[in-house]
Design a protein around this ligand. Structure first.
Ligand code: 13P
Ligand code: SF4
Length: 305
């Protein structure tokens, strides 16, 4: 079978079996073409709450599939690539955060959605890169413990100086590896290009950017801008998707190293096997974990709008 035939078979089987395919924007082009919905972590969470199909296949990483399961516990939720974890989500665990909470009981614990379901059970509210500033601003408490991404946390803290935001040392190994010199070199090579970066990058990089936002935010900005050239500072698939979508514009990579192996571990054949019912991993979560962990997802949706 060629790619088109595999895609046609996926589309046929997902309809026949009442399956919805959700894909994060970092997925490959041929997967996005067969998805029912593509977006950033926030858009996917909101979409997950309203899906009517009895099975959902998540082409992304584990915490995204867990979020779908929490929001739709009655559905069968399949993670298309069982090895697709997010290293940042594993950096902090429930016991560690519980100990810190005991030391700082007056702090509201804000968790980036890139966390495990277990960790979410001890957090107050979740955020995504698209919603973090809005949600933290809306919290009454001025004392915030922001976990696990200290780079996103520093970005939020700079935007909301009236909050006292405590950060721990965690973050995305892919985005945090981009150096200030990468941004300086890219700007020197492409002096007419705007620099668009994800807030998971270090402050020395986000400070040089013309726009800082989520994956969907970066795509929207580039699509709608009158400018013709952009340096893309997030997973390199975003520059590729934008180049397909906007052939009259030029997209450059901030760094060749901006590749998330976990996001890229899903193949079209994985998706085919999932719709056939013989691939991926079904997300199984007990009712108590779902009940405890989804509170902070519900709060995110309530405050994020
Ligand atoms: P967003 O989809 O929220 O931009 O986050 C990107 C990311 O790190 C997904 O793992
Ligand atoms: Fe996790 Fe970073 Fe990959 Fe996103 S890009 S899934 S934060 S490792």
């Amino acid at each position: 079978m060629n790619i088109k035939e595999v895609q046609d078979e996926i589309i046929r089987l997902k309809k026949e079996n009442d399956i919805c395919i959700l894909a994060h924007s970092y997925q490959a082009h041929e997967i996005i073409e067969v998805a029912d919905f593509t977006g950033d972590s926030y858009a996917l969470s909101k979409m997950a709450a309203g899906v009517s199909n009895k099975t959902v296949i998540m082409c992304g990483v584990r915490f995204m599939a867990e979020t779908v399961k929490m929001l739709s516990p009655e559905k069968k939720v399949i993670l298309s690539s069982p090895i697709a974890g997010c290293p940042m989500a594993e950096q902090m665990d429930k016991d560690m955060i519980q100990q810190i909470k005991e030391k700082y009981p007056d702090h509201t614990v804000v968790a980036y959605i890139n966390t495990t379901a277990q960790l979410k059970t001890v957090c107050d509210v979740c955020v995504t890169s698209a919603s973090a500033v809005k949600i933290v601003s809306a919290l009454e408490n001025e004392n915030i413990l922001f976990i696990p991404d200290c780079n996103l946390g520093a970005y939020v803290a700079a935007k909301i100086p009236d909050k006292k935001i405590m950060l721990l040392k965690g973050g995305c190994p892919v985005h945090a590896a981009v150096k200030k010199t990468d941004a300086e070199n890219a700007k020197r090579l492409h002096p007419d290009a705007e620099l668009l970066v994800h807030p998971e990058c270090i402050p020395a990089v986000t400070e040089l950017a013309d726009y800082v936002g989520s994956t969907s935010g970066i795509m929207k900005y580039a699509r709608e801008s009158d400018k013709k050239e952009f340096i893309i500072g997030t997973e390199n698939s975003i520059a590729e998707h934008l180049q397909y979508e906007c052939p009259d514009k030029k997209f450059y990579l901030l760094s060749k190293g901006l590749i998330c192996e976990n996001m890229k571990s899903t193949t079209l054949v994985d998706v085919l096997n999932c719709v056939k019912g013989c691939g991926g991993e079904e997300i199984i979560m007990d009712a108590q974990t779902i009940a405890e962990a989804r509170k902070c997802i519900d709060k995110m949706i309530e405050l994020g709008g």
